[in-house]
Write a protein of this length. Sequence first.
Length: 407
Amino acid sequence: MKVPTSLSTAFDENFQNLLAEVATADGLLPSAGEIQAKRFLSRSVAPHVQRLTELFNRIGSENPESGLEKYWKKGSNPENLRLAYFLSFMPGNLYRTAAVWSELHRLGFRWQTENFRAVEFGAGPATGSCGILAGESHSPCGLPKASNFALIEQDRKTLQLGEKFFDAYRKHLELPDFSTRTFHRKLSLKQGWLPSSAPTFHLWLMSYVLNEFHESTEELAISLLKGWRNHLEPEGIAILIEPALRLQSRRLLEIRQQILAHDQGKEFQILLPCLGHQSCGALSDPEDWCHEEVSWWRPPYLRLLDEMTGLDRKTLPFSYLVVARSSKPRESILPALEGAKTTHRLVSPAYQVGGDYEFYTCGTQDGKRRSRLKRTNDELSRGSILVNGSPRGDPKATRIDQCDRII
Ligand SMILES: C[S@@+](CC[C@H](N)C(=O)[O-])C[C@H]1O[C@@H](n2cnc3c(N)ncnc32)[C@H](O)[C@@H]1O
C-alpha cells in the first residue's frame, strides 16, 4: 500500500512524547521519561507485550474462552497490561487505519457532508478514531471541521484512556474541533451492534475487533448489514481492519462473500481492497488469504521494545475491507478510477524477473492470477492497481502486455 512519506514518518519523538504525557497523566507511566527507559520497558512492559501477543495469536484458533475474553482485567497488574497495549499494539493499529484512509484519499474519495459522525466499535484506546485523525491530517478526505467520533468499548479504563488520547492527539494534529462521545458498553450481536435509538453515522469503524466475535461469518455479515441499513448514512462507509493471519484474514474474506450474498437490495458496494464484487480469488484456495502491508518509522521507544520482545513491527501486515452504502458508479466514489474498464490490484510484492515484473493480481473480471508485466519506470508494489491492462495467456500465468496507467 502506498502511504505518503509525511504519514509514515509522523510517529517520531513528538508522537512518543505525546504518548508518554497521556500515559503519565493516566497513571500508567511513573513519569514521561520512562517511555525510553530500558529498565522500565523490560520489566514492566515487555513481559505484558509477550503475553498479549500470545493471547492475540490464540484468538479464533481455539475455543473463545481460551482467548482474551477478559484480558483487560487479567493478571495481577492490569495497569501494565493496559500500558503494554497502548505502547505496543495501539500505534501500529492507528497507523494501519490511517493507511486505509490514505488509500481512500489516493483514489480520490472525498466526503460531501457538512456534519460528520463516526462510530468505532471495540475502540480500545480510541485507536481507529485516532488513525482517522492521522489519515485526515496527512491524506485529507475532506472531513468537516467539527467531526464527532462515538467510541464504544467494554473496558471502562481503556475507554477513558482513549478519550484522553483522542483529546491530546487532536490538539497535536491541530484539529481542534474534532470531538468524541464515549459509550461504556459490552456489545452482543443478539442485541445488534447499536440500539435502535442510536443515530446514523457516516463512518463505521472496526479495528481488530471482529475477530473477537465468535459467531459464524454468515451471522456476522447479516448483523453488519442490519447495522448498516439502520445506522449508516447514504454515501457512508464502513472500514473493517483485521489481522493478517490466515484464519482471521479468511474470516474477513468470508464475511465479504456473505455480505455480497445477503445484500439483496444491492445497497452496498465493496470498495477496497477489491474494487468490485468479483468472487474472492484467495478464498477459492483453502491455503490462501489476502493481506496488505505498510512500512513506517516506528516511534523510538517501540524500536527498543521490539528488540526486547523479538517482535518486528517495521512492516505492519493486516487485512481490510471498505464497504460503501452507495449505488453511485465506482468512479464517482473513487474518481482516480475514471475510465477504468478493468482493474487489476497487486496482491503480492512485485519481483523483478529478467526484464519483467512478476506478481499476483486480483482483478474485477478474472479473480486471482500470477501475472507478468514488462518492467517500466513505474513503481510497482503490493496494492498497486493496473488500469485497463489486457491479460493474455494461461489464466494461471498471464502476461499483461500493457495497461493505460498504474495507480
Ligand atoms: C484487540 S483490541 C482492539 C482495540 C482497538 N480497536 C485497536 O485497534 O487497537 C479489541 C477491543 O475490543 C473490545 N471488545 C471486545 N469485545 C467487545 C464487546 N463485546 N463489547 C465491547 N468491546 C469489546 C476489547 O475490550 C478491546 O478493547
